[in-house]
Write a protein that binds this ligand. Structure first.
Ligand code: SF4
Ligand code: SF4
Length: 491
């Protein structure tokens, strides 16, 4: 088991109690023999590195930890160095064992990472200097892209999502990783919470030795594959840690090979469940039927709270449906018009006898209510900023969404006739550059006085709107990027 720190129970810099609880969790994990800690600088409200710093100071137990280079923000060898130095400072360390190219979405991302003077070149230099030991990556790419990336031999280890949800699909990836002797860490072993919340549906994974505990059976299934070196357990309490340790650190009561065969066989018999086998591929209209039908598996389950949203149910379901389509397959249709000509080719090939034509139609209808089209994004930017006579437009906060917004604007209308100004509440970022622009603190808003500030994040847009409302008195417009019922522009 490796320790995932994304769910440590700390809510921000002022949460002393949460920080102390998080430190205790890390210390207990190291004491129990866990020696791999997976951390990202945004984890646990940006406080995971701080909790680790305090825990590492208090222990003599061995540990290894990740420094994650963020694709999209870190583009050059120098960016990679800056990011690693940031992690070293944040955790009070002189080196980290694992350099991780974080969240590679597809093969094109990989090629950019590998370009001359890019992040991978930076990693090689850091390795030569002894600041890192191993160059790894975490992948959200489609399996066929992961296979190509593995073939390249660039990485010593990979972190991938593997669970009952994508079990059949990921088998070739795991087999190749084993053949190439590439280390495998598994994230999302419970499908991002879906399995824990739908225990009845996934109870088929339970064998006689699992005492009817679907979560334990699901974790044991992931661990059973011989290519899997480590399963990352993200925990938010000591109780959860002990529970995960009990399953992942103990030998499986069922022979792992038998467990794998049993569960894979039963998962292919699930009614209405798309296995991702892709026999339906080759739509003459270019509709990614396999990807759509696999994403629609989420409609079989109860919706789960995500991105700080608990309701309405339709939004939660739309997030679950569209997230994998954009995230994993880059699918964002131009409009909500369904191009299917009902030729039936896909349905004839479906091994699960799924009603693909209806599924595709319903999915396109849902793109309209969730504003999940490129056209809807263009409309939104037009409403907000295009040809409004503005001098400056603020984006708050700087980070994941800003690059996309500026890029989309340029794609739609070319260079803007106003200036983008980036803001962030995190003092560590003030004065630093993001997407080629300086990041300002909120106290500079009156002086810089943009005509409009767009709250671009999805997760905390209501909270940020409350803190920015005071600037309306200065004549500054404050608008949220996302409309009612809209899914995040960046997942
Ligand atoms: S029925 Fe529609 S989705 Fe299926 S292959 Fe034909 S055009 Fe594509
Ligand atoms: S053939 Fe059927 S089960 Fe296989 S990917 Fe297509 S929709 Fe899913």
């Amino acid at each position: 088991m490796g320790l995932g720190t994304g769910r440590l129970p700390v809510s921000g810099p002022d949460d002393r109690e949460g920080l102390e609880k998080s430190v205790q969790i890390v210390l207990r994990a190291l004491e129990a023999g866990i020696d791999y800690v997976d951390v990202g600088h945004t984890y646990a409200a940006g406080m995971a590195t701080r909790a680790l710093q305090e825990a590492f100071r208090q222990t003599k137990r061995p540990f290894s930890v990740t420094a994650k280079i963020m694709y999209g923000q870190d583009k050059t060898a120098d960016d990679a160095r800056r990011r690693v130095e940031f992690y070293l400072r944040a955790m009070g360390l002189e080196k980290v064992r694992f350099f991780t190219c974080w969240t590679i979405w597809n093969y094109q991302n990989f090629e950019r990472i590998m370009a001359k003077g890019g992040v991978y070149d930076g990693a090689l230099r850091l390795k030569e200097e002894g600041l890192i030991d191993h160059i790894c990556c975490s992948l959200h790419a489609p399996p066929e892209d992961i296979l190509k990336i593995l073939e390249s031999g660039a990485f010593e280890g990979i972190t991938i999502s593997y669970s009952l949800l994508n079990a059949a699909l990921m088998q070739p990836v795991l087999e190749l990783a084993k053949e190439k002797d590439v280390g495998v860490a598994v994230m999302n072993p419970l499908g991002g919470g879906v399995i824990a919340q739908n225990r009845d549906y996934f109870s088929f994974a339970c064998g006689d030795a699992d005492d009817g505990d679907t979560v334990h059976a699901a974790l044991r299934f992931v661990k059973a594959h011989p290519a899997v070196n480590m399963v990352l357990g993200g925990v938010s309490s000591l109780e959860e840690l002990e529970d995960s340790l009990g399953v992942l650190s103990m030998p499986d009561p069922e022979p792992p090979a038998e467990r794998m065969a049993r569960v894979l066989r039963k998962s292919s018999e699930l009614k209405g469940f798309c296995t991702g086998c892709k026999y339906c591929e080759g739509c003459p209209q270019g509709i990614p039927t396999a990807e759509i039908m696999r994403a629609r598996n989420s409609l079989l389950f109860d919706p789960i709270k995500s991105y700080n949203r608990e309701e309405p149910e339709s939004l939660l379901r739309d997030i679950q449906l569209f997230r994998p389509l954009l995230h994993d397959h880059g699918w964002l249709p131009e409009t909500s018009e369904n191009p299917c000509v009902k030729c039936g080719k896909c349905e004839k090939s479906c091994t699960q006898k799924l009603r693909i034509i209806d599924g595709v139609e319903d999915t396109y209808q849902k793109t309209a209510r969730a504003y999940f089209t490129r056209g809807a994004r263009r409309t939104r930017l037009e409403e907000l900023v295009h040809q409004k006579g503005y001098r400056a437009v603020g984006l708050y906060p700087s980070g994941g969404f800003t690059d996309l917004i500026m890029r989309l604007y340029n794609e739609f209308w070319g260079e803007p006739d106003f200036e983008w100004v980036l803001f962030n509440s995190d003092p560590k970022l003030w004065g630093m550059e993001s997407d080629g622009k300086v990041v300002h603190g909120p106290s500079e808003i009156p002086e810089l006085h943009p005509d409009l500030i767009i709250i671009d994040t999805f997760r905390f847009d209501n909270e940020i709107e409350k803190t920015l409302a005071q600037y309306r008195e200065l004549g500054i417009k404050i608008e949220k990027l996302h409309r009612e019922g809209e899914v995040p522009w960046v997942f």
